[in-house]
Design a protein around this ligand. Sequence first.
Ligand code: CTP
Ligand code: MG
Length: 179
Amino acid sequence: MVVETVVVAIWVMLPAYLPNNVAVVAGGGRPIDNGRTLDDGKRILGDGKTWRGTAVGTAAGVVAALALNQLHPFVSGAVAADPFPIAAAVSLSFGAMLGDILASFLKRRTGRQRGASFPGLDQLDFVVVSLVLTAITATGWFLETFTLPVIAAVFVLTPLLHVSTNVLAYVFGLKDEPW
Ligand code: CTP
Ligand code: MG
């Protein structure tokens, strides 16, 4: 029972987990805010949020969802979740990137430099926005899939997965900070 819930939670969140990690390796080039600052003199988002990272990260999440849909017939006995509708694939993936972008906006407003940590926000920003966006654009699928136990599993597992993948990315020299 618990194992099933955890399997569903990880399966349906993969399209949201991938984008930020792909952006780390695919990012670079023109920042989304084009270097602009707000009245507070601080960058809108900072150099860590780029068009390329966002586009490639989002695409990776959508491709992951489509790939999981192809696998679905072979594992539907083990994974109690319906295939991703395209709206859910895009919302989970783009929502994750958007959550991360909103977090950078908040980090800059609170005086944090690029790369500074914001405990709590760093681990859950992308989950909250991808779930809210998916609830709006693929409501039926969302309600069937994200039962309360699955949501609970997502909120417990995500910080653990986030911390461990970021430490790994840091150890392998892909990221400048371990968060
Ligand atoms: N990245 C990107 N575009 C995004 C998100 C991430 O290009 N939308 C890339 C950037 O190269 C960024 C790296 O992935 O430096 C790590 O992402 P993240 O930790 O989210 O950014 P930070 O550089 O730490 O900046 P911030 O303080 O704004 O989070
Ligand atoms: Mg960072």
